[in-house]
Design a protein around this ligand. Sequence first.
Ligand code: NAD
Length: 354
Amino acid sequence: MTVPTVSLIEGDGIGPEITAATVRAVEAAGSQLAWERVDAGAGAVARHGDPLPAATLASIQRTRLALKAPLATPSGGGYRSVNVTLRQHFDLYANVRPARTMAGVPSRFTGVDLVIVRENTEDLYAGIEHYVDPRRTAAESIAVITRFGSERVIVYAFEYARRHGRRKVTLVHKANILKMSNGLFLETGREVATRYPDIEFDDMIVDATAMKLVIAPERFDVIVTMNLFGDILSDLAAGLIGGLGVAPAANIGAAPTAPGAPADPSERACAMFEAVHGTAPDIAGKGIANPTGLMLSAAMLLEHVEQGEAAARLRAGIAAALASPETRTGDLGGRASTEQFTDAVIRAMVAGNA
Ligand code: NAD
């Protein structure tokens, strides 16, 4: 088996602490990965004068795989968000956010197990905006939806459903009002769905979806939607399972342009995995951060490189450590440090293997 190399970005704030914990747990899960440590974020500005050094881009370009801890982004002014730059540079068009309730993570619901696949490059976030008049009394933002962009993310959602044994894809839109842009997304979805007769397909208006998500979240399986609705609904879904602190994410890049072409590593789709939360500057350096979000992102990475057994072991270890009050971190009402939580994850994996 070839051992995949992962570009590892330790990030800012609690980043280095949760990265060290995650690497330890991933290795103990029996994974076969080689780490290539690269720099980005505020720390990289201090060390290299650049939040996204060329060596970091070159590493991801080569490995096509990244595990990234959170990066500090200055608000209003300062440098451009590294997260946005990475997304655009590698054309990471699908943002995948699973939301699953876990024993030990306080939430209002049980039995939530859904995945939101958000289109990551188009819609209102294409950044096409202008003031209508010189006095700036009115402004316009343009939502761009293309058949190409819609098709590739919807195909990704169906392929994801198939690969992960999921039964249904729900396409979320507002095509009753936005008849052309959202109508195009819906029409493309209906066409793509005919290629996947083994997966159930339905569609739902976004406002009705928001209500149904908080009334009966167990009704949903895979949701695919456009950028703006996906941004909002994926945080809503994280709220259903106890907040952003434990939520993982994947950003998936464009597939090779020539299907069936010889497997040239430089043509492989790029994929970047990250926790959803930020750098948590208020608790950085204290050794108390919860590494669950990054560990679950690493489990998604392992599945992506077809190391499903190691991913399953890691998930089981995390579940066991979360289930016990003594091994939970402070954000979840426990008293364990990052290291004690990680030790518990590893102990559970070792016990599971025995
Ligand atoms: P945040 O997620 O960093 O923190 C919000 C609250 O949640 C804080 O009280 C924090 O202590 C807590 N928290 C977050 N993660 C935790 C964890 N793993 N364990 C325990 N507690 C945790 O959000 P913020 O304060 O709005 O942002 C701080 C910085 O992070 C900003 O610079 C922002 O731009 C950046 N950020 C980066 C990313 C990313 O790189 N993907 C995402 C969001 C925010």
